[in-house]
Design a protein around this ligand. Structure first.
Ligand code: ATP
Ligand code: MG
Length: 320
């Protein structure tokens, strides 16, 4: 992955609206799917010289300093170069480490991770689990490796599915309309993504163009997370017809004060808890709009929000 701000890359795909599989994957994959597990670490009393040796042996450019799995700081290759320069290479690492480094959580989505890389410009982030234990380290390279790995996996699955698909496609023509609906509870991150996932399955079985499938999935996913994070609860409904998917996300408040403002890129009221979980870049609504053919948000303070999106479908071109 190069240094283009990745969020920009996600938002502005080639023709402004197409969503590639890689772009969808960064929503689905988590930091724990991409990070390097069991990172090489050093103790606070270890000298910078010994850490330099560790870096050489393991061909790494950053070493977290830990005590009993608790992260105390990080020493980067830049710190080592400085130490050599200034003559303190034999001093203990805790004297020169960056203490309280910026960390990521293992459950963050990769979208959030790439946003953090863009925001801070660091080469790596230590990764902590829910108990604040150091469980990994992640670089931009790890993210692109994970994407390539999963793309390959998806490609293999696609080939395996192809034969089955042709037969199922004809049978599916008869089932005109599928309705998926699920209640959504505020704060319930764990069960997020069910409608989105089932919808993608149905669209895939129907032989719908992958780009339309992914756009629909992003709309459903973002709409659902907004209900989880910003509302007191609601419902997500997807109606799949042959020519379009209609997604309605309806919640019971608190409503959005200024919808035009909420539609702006980067505008967010997400609290620290939601941000910790990897949300709150303020890109959800703008992305949903970009991914939809028709999009409308109606909201009334104290009453609730109704988000309506339609995505036109077309069949994938057959590759015979
Ligand atoms: N269902 C909702 N109920 C109340 N407020 C909402 C709802 N959906 C969105 N908002 C408001 O609109 C803002 C922008 O939403 P958007 O989805 O664009 O960004 P976000 O959810 O804050 O961050 P991201 O989606 O990038 O994780 C939110 O921060 C919130 O203030
Ligand atoms: Mg959102």
């Amino acid at each position: 992955m190069d240094n283009t701000p990745v969020l920009e890359w996600i938002a502005n795909a080639s023709d402004g609206r197409k969503v590639t599989l890689a772009q969808l994957l960064v929503y689905e994959l988590r930091v724990r799917d991409a990070m390097h597990k069991d990172p090489v670490t050093a103790r606070p009393s270890d000298s910078l010289r010994s850490i330099q040796n560790l870096m050489k042996t393991h061909r790494i450019s950053g070493v977290p300093i830990t005590q009993d799995a608790q992260l105390l700081g990080i020493i980067s290759i830049e710190d080592i170069i400085n130490a050599l320069d200034k003559g303190h290479i034999n001093e203990p690492s805790d004297k020169w480490m960056t203490s309280t480094p910026v960390t990521l959580r293992d459950h963050y989505t990769l979208v959030r991770a790439v946003a953090e890389f863009d925001r801070h410009g660091f080469g790596r982030f230590p990764v902590l689990d829910a108990c604040e234990r150091l469980v990994g380290i992640i670089t931009r390279g790890d993210i692109s490796n994970a994407l390539v790995h999963h793309l390959e996996k998806r490609a293999e699955e696609a080939v395996a599915h192809e034969a089955v698909l042709v037969a199922e496609r004809q049978a599916d023509e008869k089932v005109q309309r599928v309705v998926l609906r699920t209640p959504i509870k505020s704060g319930d991150f764990d069960s997020a993504g069910r409608v989105s996932q089932r919808m993608r399955e149905v669209l895939r079985e129907r032989g719908i163009d992958p780009d339309a499938r992914r756009r629909a999935a992003i709309v459903a996913y973002e709409a659902e997370t907004n209900i989880i994070i910003h509302s007191i609860g609601g419902e997500l409904r997807a109606v799949i017809e042959m020519e379009r998917v209609t997604i309605d996300a309806i919640d019971q408040g608190p409503g959005i004060e200024k919808v035009e403002l909420a539609m702006e890129e980067g505008w967010s009221t997400a609290g620290p808890m939601a941000r910790q979980l990897g949300f709150g870049a303020g890109m959800g609504l703008p992305n949903m709009k970009k991914c939809s053919d028709r999009f409308e948000v109606r909201s009334e303070l104290g009453i609730g929000t109704h988000l309506h999106a339609e995505i036109d479908l077309k069949k994938a071109e057959s590759k015979t």
